[in-house]
Design a protein around this ligand. Structure first.
Ligand code: SF4
Length: 137
C-alpha cells in the first residue's frame, strides 16, 4: 500500500499563525492533494489513540507549528516517530512580511494569502515525498 502524507498543524488556540497553519493544512488535504494527504486532530496523539498513532507511524508526517514551541512536532516525536518535515508558519511569514494576518478570528486577506502560500509550500513537500515513495528521489 502506498504511503500517505499526514499533515499535522498545531492547536494554536488564540494564535493567528496557528490558525494559518490549520488553514493551510485544510487547503492541502481537501483541495490541493485530497488523494495523498490527510490530517487528524493533534489531541488524538496526546491521548494515545491507537488509530492516530498507527497513522503517523506508517506514513510520512509533516508538522506545521505556529511558533517556536513546536507543539505539533514534539507531540509526534513523543510517540517515537521522527517527523519527515517540520515547518513553522513564521518562516513563511518571514519571506512575505507584507502578508501580516489581521487577527485570529479574521485573518483578513493578507493572512488568507499567507495560508495559501504555505499550502503551496506544503504541496512541494508532498511532491518530494511521493517521488521518494515511488523511488524517483
Ligand atoms: S506551537 Fe505555538 S501556536 Fe502552536 S500550539 Fe504550540 S504554543 Fe500554540
Amino acid at each position: 500500500m502506498e504511503k500517505k502524507v499526514v499533515v499535522l498543524p498545531c492547536s494554536g488556540i488564540g494564535k493567528a499563525y496557528g490558525e494559518i497553519g490549520r488553514q493551510a493544512a485544510y487547503q492541502l488535504a481537501e483541495d490541493l492533494r485530497p488523494e495523498e494527504v490527510t490530517t487528524i486532530c493533534l489531541a488524538r496523539l496526546m491521548i494515545d489513540d491507537p488509530d492516530a498513532r498507527g497513522l503517523v507511524r506508517d506514513n510520512f508526517v509533516i508538522t506545521v507549528d505556529g511558533c517556536a514551541h513546536d507543539c505539533a512536532r514534539k507531540t509526534v516525536e513523543s510517540t517515537g516517530k521522527r517527523v519527515d518535515r517540520a515547518l513553522r508558519v513564521i518562516d513563511t511569514y518571514k519571506e512575505h512580511r507584507d502578508l501580516k494576518p489581521q487577527g485570529v478570528l479574521e485573518l483578513g486577506e493578507p493572512g488568507l494569502k499567507l495560508a495559501h502560500i504555505l499550502a503551496e509550500r506544503l504541496e512541494e513537500e508532498v511532491d518530494c515525498m511521493m517521488r521518494k515513495e515511488q523511488g524517483y528521489a
